[in-house]
Design a binder for this molecule. Sequence first.
Ligand code: TXA
Ligand code: MG
Length: 347
Amino acid sequence: MQTQMWTVDKNVDNLKTYPQINEAAQKLKQKEVVAFPTETVYGLGGNAKSDDAVLKIFEAKGRPGDNPLIIHIANREQINSFVKKVPENALRLMDAFWPGPLTLILEKKEGVLSEKATAGLSTVAVRMPDHPVALALLEASCLPLAAPSANLSGKPSPTTAAHVADDLTGRIAGIVDGGPTGVGLESTVVDCTSEIPTILRPGGVTKEQLEEVVGEVSADPALKDTNQAPKSPGMKYRHYAPNSPFYLVDGNREEIQQLVTEKRNEGLKVGVMTTKENSGFYDANVVIACGERGRLETVAEALYDTLRAFNQEDLDIIFGEIFPEQGVGQAIMNRLSKASGLPIIQK
Ligand code: TXA
Ligand code: MG
């Protein structure tokens, strides 16, 4: 399949009338799948009401069929057709964070969306993205769009159109290139079907921010205890994995350097994932700085590009620094733990 590339400037007025957006919307109406930027990561969109379109999404990504998709909308009225009721807490969260990096799990009205999009669950994940290109495409297509991150399943999520092209060229109808995304990590997924809203996946909106709006917020126990089954099906899969074994180290830079030196003395090629503050310190085969530790939002923004950059190198092992689990640090550590899939080395 030929994958078309449409380049758009996200800052121009009235994007939804642009020919590139209209061509992409036309493909969506024809039940083809198209990648587009959001403020978090690039999504791979398809008509959420069509089994054919949704199947194409799963096929292009190689995604397991039991992992439901987020339904993207451009205005709140769209929800009424496929959601049973919107509880008070959910309304307050929408008022505070939409459009934005927050996905809400709500009770689903049967018979409107493709069953494949929701993996047959009685609930549905909904989000209104805060990106002019995503909103223009949603409006131009007049569709709710099911859209997972536009990467091959298991790979780091894409934060540029080039990342999408690396993974999905030849597998999808097109890519709308609207430049790099902003937040860099996916949306926070919050279950609003329970009395107390529950975080199923940490992300762009922090627990602290949610609590300011709705008071008590809990977190799925499976986020901490890997023996429990996660409430969000996607959270059980290993994700974001670099090609070489990737160990997180709870230790200072001297201790990490010692591990690096030991492995290099064994003849291994060693990578280190650090931040700008420490990048001049390490002596390893490859050292990549992922943002600034002092500004965690820059670490979030650079995280997936950094994980992908390690895949360009032929390394035997990678060591990574850890981050405090506060604010966006919770989502960063969640993604890093998934990328590693190995116990943290305690120093
Ligand atoms: O920022 C984002 O959320 C991006 C952009 C493209 O919007 N999308 C994204 O989608 O990250 P995806 O498919 O990579 O992750 C969706 C997550 C998965 O963990 C999935 O299991 C969960 O949301 N999910 C979807 N529907 C659900 C439901 N009804 N109940 C629980 N979890 C659900
Ligand atoms: Mg994903």
